[in-house]
Structures are given as structure tokens and as C-alpha cells.
Design a protein around this ligand. Sequence first.
Ligand SMILES: N[C@@H](CCC(=O)N[C@@H](CS)C(=O)NCC(=O)O)C(=O)O
Length: 233
Amino acid sequence: MTPELALYSAAVCPYAQRTHLLLLEKGVPYETVEIDLKNKSAEFLAISPYSKVPVIKRGPDVVWESSVINEYLDEIYPNPPMMPSEPGRRALARVWIDFANVKLLPTWYRLFLAQEPVRQAFLADELTSHFLFMEQAGIAALSPSGPFWLGEHLSLVDLTYWPWFERLGALKHYRKLGLPPECRRLRDWMKVMSARDSVLAIARPTEFYISGYASYADGSEQGVTARDMRTGQ
Ligand SMILES: N[C@@H](CCC(=O)N[C@@H](CS)C(=O)NCC(=O)O)C(=O)O
């Protein structure tokens, strides 16, 4: 039987990985439609308003933007729940999902795209301060005894951040930057996350990400994501 859910995805895409992880954690069957981002099909362009992956299709519902997709899927498939039931904690979860999207990731991509050493140094400092803020105001404050961002249960916050932590080796390779030594809680969290079945099922080695980021790191990337990061959208 064909699954009721189709996920338009690309193997290199960390945003799509957020959704794969969620569906694996929830045990929801789905069909993956692999999109060649260098040669997007007419079918994909018709279904993806921003011409980006991920997009999901479930019956008449077409949903894009990974954070919105994951909240939608958490409502449709409520077990296990991936957002806190208490509104104050749920708001905090959304704050940290937003932080990833509007603070951490723009700096991350701009650092890969930056070619001038002075700009690289500026963005490396900015990324380091984001990591420290995530450690102190994020995981340590929200989850004093761990292991996940919001305490003892995995949530959408963990799945929001994980794909870029799997790619830290590429950051080190191209921009000589890693997590600051003070980020002990984030390191412990990485150990716990990297051992999860969902993560292991779709994990890729650092070499895969190094080759995936080559066109970002040498400034030649022309895709929509790089354009949006360059123009600050
Ligand atoms: N804000 C979007 C970002 C998605 C995104 O940037 N996807 C990239 C791949 S990782 C993409 O499809 N880019 C198309 C392109 O670069 O042409 C989300 O959270 O879903």
C-alpha cells in the first residue's frame, strides 16, 4: 500500500533531515521523493512555493518550511508527543526553534559562503557566541539534568538542531571552527543524539558533508538557499 504521506527531500538537506527524523521517531510510514536540487523537476516546482525541500503532501494538505511541517506532523501523529503540553514550555520550545532558524543558521551559512578572511573571522565569532548562548540560556537553563533540550524527553527542539551538529565536521574542515570548550552540555547532548536509532538510520559520514558544502565554501554555490543567505532573506 502506498503511504499516505510523501516527503519531497534531498539527501544533502539538513532541513529535510529534521522531518525524516521526526517521522522515524514516530514510526510513520512515508514515501521519500528525492529531488535533484540542481535540476528541479516541473512536478517539484509546482508543489514547492519557495522551490526548496522539504515539502510534504498528505491528502489535500501540502506543507512547506521544516519547522511548520514538523509542528503539523506532531499534531497529525501525536504519539509520542514532541512538544510540551504546558503553554509556557511550548512557547519556549518555539523560541528555541526560532533561534535556530533566524540566528544560528543564517550565521552558519554566511560563514560557509564568506570568502574574505576578515568577514570569516567576524562570522566565526558570531557563531561562537550563538553556541555559547545555546549552551547557557538554552540547554543548561531549560534542562538542568538533561539529556535533551527540554528535559528527559526528545522534542522538536532536538530535531531542529541535530542536522547541523551532524555537520560540525564540515565546519571544522572548511572554517576551522568547532563547539567552544565551555559547551559541555551540548557535547553530552550530541553523544545521546548520535546514538538514537532514528539518527543512526539516516546518518552520513563527515566526508559526505565535506563534499556537500564544497560549493558553499568556495563561494560558487548558486542555489536558492545560498541566494537567500547572501541577501539576508
Ligand atoms: N527554511 C526552509 C529552508 C529549506 C532549504 O533551504 N532547503 C534547501 C536545501 S537544504 C533547498 O531546497 N534549496 C534549494 C536551492 O538551493 O535551490 C525550511 O526550514 O524548510
